[in-house]
Design a protein around this ligand. Structure first.
Ligand code: CMP
Length: 139
């Protein structure tokens, strides 16, 4: 799997609070090109499938409830070293631990409502991008 793409979702809290524009500006400002993007709302089936790797975790139910609670923006992003650079840009999963200036430090409310998702590996970036986008826009 190439290392020049990653997948992101702007989560329901950030969409609801009007942060789509500011977050996309940060993403473009950091040198990522948006290759595909869609605004949609996940069904429970979608969210359970997307987060299947977390099915056994105690927070799985809360995660699915939250991710289906409102619209999200999903996108495939392109840049050299995309996965690692994007995870630096968004900051730690828990916003209380996120570095100053990161997207989660600026916009996340809590570890559950943490504003944005970024793939954790090149393989998962491919799987997650393909989950949202059809063959024409495929990862
Ligand atoms: P994300 O990077 O999208 O991938 C899994 C998500 O699970 C993570 O962001 C968090 O939003 C959520 N998550 C991780 N740990 C917890 C937790 N302890 N309580 C609630 N949600 C969590």
């Amino acid at each position: 799997m190439a290392n020049n793409k990653t997948f992101t979702m702007i989560k329901p809290d950030a969409v609801e609070n009007g942060h789509i524009g500011a977050i996309l500006e940060k993403i473009n400002g950091a040198g990522f090109r948006i290759e595909a993007m869609v605004m949609t709302q996940l069904s429970r089936k979608d969210a359970e499938q997307f987060y299947a790797v977390h099915r056994e975790r105690p927070f799985f139910g809360e995660l699915v409830d939250y991710m289906t609670s409102g619209p999200i923006v999903a996108a495939i992003l392109e840049k050299d070293n995309a996965v690692e650079d994007f995870r630096k840009l968004i900051g730690a999963t828990n916003p209380e631990e996120a570095a100053e200036g990161t997207i989660r430090k600026l916009y996340a409310k809590s570890i559950a409502a943490n504003a944005i998702h970024g793939s954790d590996s090149d393989d998962n970036a491919g799987i997650e991008g393909n989950f949202f986008f059809s063959t024409r826009q495929r990862f």
